[in-house]
Unconditional design. Structure first.
Length: 243
C-alpha cells in the first residue's frame, strides 16, 4: 500500500471563510460545482467532506482565476462524512469498486463532450486514489496532482504513465514517511514519467484543503502546494506544445 485507508485525521478540519464564485449544477449526471470558462479543465476529486465543502470551493475559485474551468463532481453520492463516528459505517458504502465507476464515467464525459485542450485533476485524501488510477495508460487525465493521499496501492503507482505531483505533510499517519519513500522509489523506476514530490514541514494530513490558515506555516504550505500544482500543470502543457 502506497498510502493507508482514511482514519481519524481525515475528519479533522478548519473552516475557511469566503463566498464561492461558482455554482452547483448537474453535469454529466452528477451534481457538480463549476467555476470558470476555459478549454483547460481541472477536475477536483474531493476528500470525504465532499463537493459542497466551502474550503474546496474556494480552492476551485483560485484555480479558475489562473485560467482554468474547474469542476467538482459529487463522487460521494450525496453522502459526505460529518464526523469520525460515521466513518467506519460510511466506508463500506464508498469502496473503490463503487466510487471508481462514478469518477471514470464523469472524466470520460468531460473528455468526450467538453474536448478540453488539457484535462488535469487534483485529488485530496480519499479522491487521490482515483487521480492515480487515471494516470495509467487507460486513464483519462493528461496530468494529476494529489495532496495527502489515502487508499493508494503500490500497484496503482506502478501503472502511472503521465505526469504527477504529490504534496505531502511531514506528519501524516495515512501517508507516513515509510510509504512516501516507497512511493518515491516506485516513481523513480517509471520510464519517461515526470513526477514531483513536495514535503512540507510543520503540517499534518489535510493541510492543503482543511488546514488552519491562521497558522502561517499551514497557510504557506496550503498556498505553496496549490501554486506548485498549477505551475506543474502549466509546465505539462508547455512541454506538450514544445514536443
Amino acid at each position: 500500500m502506497a498510502s493507508n485507508p482514511p482514519g481519524a485525521c481525515c475528519t479533522q478540519t478548519n473552516f475557511h471563510e469566503g463566498t464561492p464564485l461558482g455554482a452547483h449544477k448537474e453535469i454529466f449526471g452528477l451534481d457538480t460545482y463549476t467555476v470558470g470558462e476555459s478549454s483547460k479543465v481541472v477536475v477536483i476529486l474531493t476528500d470525504i467532506y465532499g463537493h459542497k465543502y466551502n474550503n474546496v470551493l474556494l480552492v476551485a475559485d483560485a484555480i479558475s482565476k489562473e485560467g482554468y474551468k474547474v469542476l467538482i463532481p459529487d463522487i460521494l453520492k450525496g453522502e459526505p462524512v460529518v464526523s469520525f463516528d460515521e466513518l467506519q459505517a460510511w466506508l463500506p458504502r464508498h469502496t473503490p469498486e463503487i466510487t471508481a465507476p462514478i469518477v471514470n464515467g464523469f472524466l470520460k464525459k468531460v473528455k468526450e463532450e467538453l474536448k478540453p485542450t488539457f484535462l488535469g485533476s487534483i485529488g485530496y485524501c480519499y479522491g487521490a486514489k482515483y487521480v492515480i488510477q487515471n494516470l495509467s495508460s487507460s486513464g483519462f487525465l493528461d496530468a494529476g496532482a494529489v495532496a495527502h493521499p489515502s487508499f493508494v496501492s503500490i500497484e496503482e503507482v506502478k501503472q502511472i504513465k503521465r505526469p504527477l505531483i504529490i504534496s505531502a505533510a511531514e506528519t501524516d499517519s495515512i501517508f507516513p514517511a515509510e510509504l512516501r519513500h516507497q512511493t518515491e522509489d516506485e516513481l523513480a523506476k517509471l520510464e519517461g514519467v515526470r513526477y514531483q514530490v513536495d514535503l512540507f514541514s510543520g503540517v499534518t494530513h489535510g493541510f492543503a484543503v482543511r488546514g488552519d490558515i491562521k497558522n502561517p506555516i499551514v497557510k504557506y504550505a496550503k498556498e505553496k502546494a496549490l501554486l506548485d500544482q498549477l505551475t506543474f500543470f502549466d509546465s505539462v502543457q508547455v512541454l506538450k506544445s514544445y514536443l
